[in-house]
Design a protein around this ligand. Structure first.
Ligand code: NG6
Ligand code: CA
Length: 500
């Protein structure tokens, strides 16, 4: 008995030692990128929202570095994600535009990526959530191994939704295979024509539970009409209301099973992109309709995820970067009360425009870096962009990254410098604009100044636009005519980067 006790005490000591040794050896911090979809600059209470409370996102902002000039490269999803993962300005790749669910992979398997660089530093790498960078090399057979995809550009583990929640295929894909697919009920996807006998939102509105506003009237899945056609694969079809819980569980499981060696987890939540399908637990919670409800749901998920980091003993050894792929939109294809129930909430804060826009709200997004015990709380107005993660994190882990548009902003991320980038070229729908210091410059473009579908100001004008953001954050006073000297200076800098 006594010996037994001694033995178990020794084993207990040994376990403690191994445990702490494992952590100590783990000198490279884990890295988590939490990436929201269409979350606006003004959607967080930490960024000034008063009608919505986002306590869990606020912890990251208030106890970390909260950037007030943090940017996505683009005002839409695919290009922003391309920039985030490759460090390359998406306007350099003509294919980096909102992709259909059937699009081939737009990152070259030879290209440098954030997860590849981290793998060279010994990291385990994973993505959980929204991908939207294309899969396969064209004409994908969804019933076989789908490749190339995230696994071929640096992710050891990938549990994804292919494109967007509103696009087919509405299934999860695990390391290139559709999760839960029954081979006896093969799945087919098309963006060209419907499959015979399959109902559509356009022809069978009686089968829908969510009404389409524009687009989104093709195959109906779970009562929701989608973009794209799909047939079969019934056993693999996701449950929209459980998607947030599903991705959260995958992200938590990943932390639990990979915590003993440094890991990089790209946790790409689907909220608050359309269709907004809060779990019944969150329905009605915001009083703002589904858009508000899914923001609260996402906030809860982030809280649960952070709890897992803590419970698994890795919170103080994990750098968490939080951001959103583009600015906010209310009406994005379905009647879902986003406009009607908005009340006093301002998803873009004081910024002009929104998703799809060259104005600030298109690309200026919530952006924070949190690392408990290492990063001291700070508000930073340094100009930083998501493309900078590649160079910054390569500095952090001590491995070279191939040269791209990415700039080393590690000191800014850690709150040790407020210098930031000198300039940035942002993109919306293939059009580019320039940011430097206090200034925003938008060259003349042909196109509609207002998106009639989403009621968002696109920032397109046939004249030059020049704004002093320090004095005029809302971009209401165009100085292009009154300050031609500044305009000329900025245009020259912009053209030097962008090409004429
Ligand atoms: C647009 C869709 C919009 C949304 C967006 C992608 C229409 C008319 N609009 O084409 O609903 O799906 O693509 O959003 O179909 S993103 O955040 O992934 O870029
Ligand atoms: Ca988006």
């Amino acid at each position: 008995m006594k010996i037994n006790k001694q033995v178990s005490f020794l084993m207990f000591l040994a376990a403690l030692l191994i445990g702490s040794f494992g952590q100590a050896q783990n000198s490279k911090p884990n890295i988590v990128v939490i990436y929201l979809d269409d979350l606006g600059y003004g959607d967080l209470s930490a960024y000034g929202a008063t009608e919505l409370q986002t306590p869990n996102m606020d912890v990251l902002a208030n106890d970390g570095v909260k950037f007030t000039n943090g940017y996505a490269t683009s005002a839409t999803c695919t290009p922003s994600r391309y920039g985030l993962l490759t460090g390359v300005y998406p306007w350099r790749n003509a294919k980096a535009r909102i992709l259909p669910g059937s699009a081939p992979l737009i990152i070259s398997t030879k290209q440098e990526t954030l997860p590849k660089m981290l793998k060279r530093a010994g990291y385990q790498t994973a993505i959980v959530g929204k991908w939207h960078l294309g899969l396969g090399a064209g004409n994908v057979n969804w019933n076989e191994h789908i490749s190339p995809g995230p696994n071929e550009v640096g992710f050891d583990d990938a549990y994804i939704l292919a494109a967007t929640q509103d696009r087919t295929p509405t299934v999860y894909i695990k390391d290139g295979y559709i999760d839960g697919l029954d081979k006896k009920d093969p799945i087919y996807v098309s963006y060209k024509k419907n499959f015979e006998g399959e109902p559509t939102g356009k022809d069978n509105p009686e089968l829908t539970t969510m009404k389409w506003h524009h687009g989104h009237n093709q195959s109906i899945v779970n009562g929701i009409p989608r973009i794209g056609y799909m047939k079969g694969g019934k056993s693999a079809v996701w449950s929209d209301i459980d998607m947030a819980d599903h991705f959260l569980a995958k992200a938590q499981a990943y932390v639990k099973s990979h915590k003993n060696k440094p890991f990089f987890l790209y946790y790409a939540l689907q909220q608050p992109h359309v269709p907004r399908t809060p779990n019944p637990r969150f329905v009605g919670k915001s009083g703002m309709g589904p858009r508000g409800d899914v923001i609260l749901e996402a906030d809860w998920c982030i809280g649960e995820f952070m709890k897992t980091l803590k419970e698994e003993g890795v919170l103080e050894n994990t750098l968490v970067v939080f951001s959103s792929d583009n600015g906010p939109v209310l009406q994005d294809g379905y009647y879902d009360d986003a406009i009607e129930k908005l009340g006093k909430h301002t998803p873009a804060g004081k910024l002009r425009g929104g998703k799809y826009s060259l104005f600030e709200a298109g690309t200026r997004v919530p952006f924070m870096a949190y690392w408990k015990g290492t990063i001291k709380p700070k508000v930073s107005d340094a100009l930083v962009c998501q493309i900078d993660l590649l160079a910054s994190l390569s500095k952090l882990v001590g491995v070279e990254a191939k040269k791209t548009d990415s700039e080393d902003m590690l000191a800014e991320l850690l709150g040790k410098s407020k210098k930031g980038r000198n300039n940035l070229v942002i993109e919306a729908g293939g059009r580019t604009a320039y940011r430097t210091g206090d200034w925003a410059m938008i060259p003349p473009y042909k196109g509609k100044p207002l998106s009639w579908n989403s009621f968002i100001e696109t920032g397109i004008l046939q004249d030059f636009q020049l704004y002093n953001l320090k004095k005029d954050l809302g971009e209401t006073n165009n100085l292009a005519k009154s300050n031609p000297k500044k305009l000329k200076e900025l245009l020259a800098e912009f053209e030097a980067i962008r090409g004429k």
